[in-house]
Design a protein around this ligand. Sequence first.
Ligand code: NAD
Ligand code: ISE
Length: 336
Amino acid sequence: MTLRIGVIGTGTIGQDHIRRCSHALVGSTVVAVNDINQEQAAKVVQQQGIEAEVYARGHDLIKAPEVDAILVTSWGPSHEEFVLSAIAAGKPVFCEKPLAVTAEGCRKIVEAEMAHGKRLVQVGFMRPYDQGYRALKAVIDSDKIGEPLMIHAAHRNPTVGESYTTEMAIVDTLIHEINVFSWLLDDQYVSAQVIYPRKTSQAFAHLKDPQIVLLETAKGTRIDVEVFVNCQYGYDIQCEVVGERGIAKLPEPSSVQMRSGAKLSTEILMDWKQRFIDAYDVELQAFIDGIKADKITGPSSWDGYTAAVTADACVAAQRSGAIEPIRLPQRPAFYE
Ligand code: NAD
Ligand code: ISE
């Protein structure tokens, strides 16, 4: 059976996911698209050479009988209403991060999904599907470096546009580390603090960049993440886990080593699309396969909710300069 997918939001990542589901992955086809910019949605259909109907309203696309499952790749503030609408229609939905822009919105989705009685939602946290992070987790789980004591990490983007705000360093960027480290350590966060180093001259005046986020987990592991979104030189994701008996580092993406012009060098990627290209493929294939097996297993609404609660505490810490507590409720059995 070929899964018939409807995509809401045909911007950067929407186009990339449409390409995946139409041309790269197994067992899916894109039959419907929607964007507030209808002209753009129609252009994407044409450019990608797919036979998909362009819907004027996202909610109509969700209800359409020819749509089996939905991808939500529109702007963050619109995610909540579309995910809730998909749950109401009883259809599986893959939602890009963030699941909703408030913890309250995520909580509503959790409640609606639990009331439905079966998992329908997968959140687009792709890092747990990245080969490098999976290898790192295997090392931690094997106990080769002992219990993890600290993580030193960096999330660097070359540049960001003028609309990117200080808060987005948390809710748009750090949110990936928030998700992946709780998965990596099988632990949850208890406090957050944010420190501002000297500001780069390469950032817009309104943006505090870089930032250092300090997280503490329930088991006592300390995490420092440098978020630096105007680092200029590349898209660079670093992660080093310090354990009781050794250190494990996230592998660099593979790159040809060159000897040329009196230099030994390897290239650094410039954007997230390339850095996590395989992880995006694997996460969406898992979503498609999960629907067919009647068991969605990827990052859940609960993961989206706990990430939002943690992000809220980080934003509070940005503003207060203090160590802010993170109070996460017990994971319901539904999400075990
Ligand atoms: P984008 O601005 O390129 O595209 C968003 C699209 O959504 C635009 O075409 C816009 O017109 C459309 N849109 C906005 N509101 C809408 C609505 N109510 N109904 C229908 N369409 C609507 O943004 P993007 O970079 O593609 O990001 C989209 C989402 O994906 C964001 O939530 C972002 O955080 C997430 N994202 C995730 C990753 C990742 O690594 N997982 C990477 C990039 C973006
Ligand atoms: C973007 O939205 C993403 O999700 C990327 O993975 C991240 O690196 C970037 O900072 C965000 O803006």
